[in-house]
Design a protein around this ligand. Structure first.
Ligand SMILES: [Zn+2]
Length: 116
């Protein structure tokens, strides 16, 4: 427990004591209110504006062209920030062509720009 000394008699008293138990004098004026009601309120406002935070904006036609010409290298996947899938496309030549086909259709159905 934190303690302080009475400024009148030197008695050791609790830090938040208002009256010294030994001499009976008042130690604190209004200070006790601060001790009790203000445990430092920290407001953390981490909410940034916008709903697309952390999402990547992609141009539909760039993605389409990348997929069309370089789809077997997964370039459009890298463009969308999906590096893992991109690597998979490299090793499987665009999921044996099926992935490229599906992606071309998928990309064409997306709005421009789209978010991933
Ligand atoms: Zn005292």
């Amino acid at each position: 427990m934190e303690t302080k000394f009475c400024e009148f008699c030197g008695n050791k008293v609790a830090i938040d004591a208002v009256i010294c138990p030994k001499c009976g004098k008042q130690l604190e004026e209004l200070k006790t209110e601060e001790y009790k009601s203000n445990p430092q309120v920290v407001i953390n406002n981490n909410n940034t504006v916008g709903g697309n935070v952390g999402r990547k904006e992609c141009d539909k036609w760039i993605a389409f062209l990348l997929c069309f010409f370089l789809g077997w290298l997964g370039v459009h996947k890298f463009y969308e920030g999906k590096a893992g899938l991109g690597v998979l496309y490299i090793f499987t030549l665009g999921l044996f062509g099926i992935g490229i086909l599906v992606d071309i259709i998928t990309i064409l159905c997306k709005p421009n720009p789209y978010y991933v």
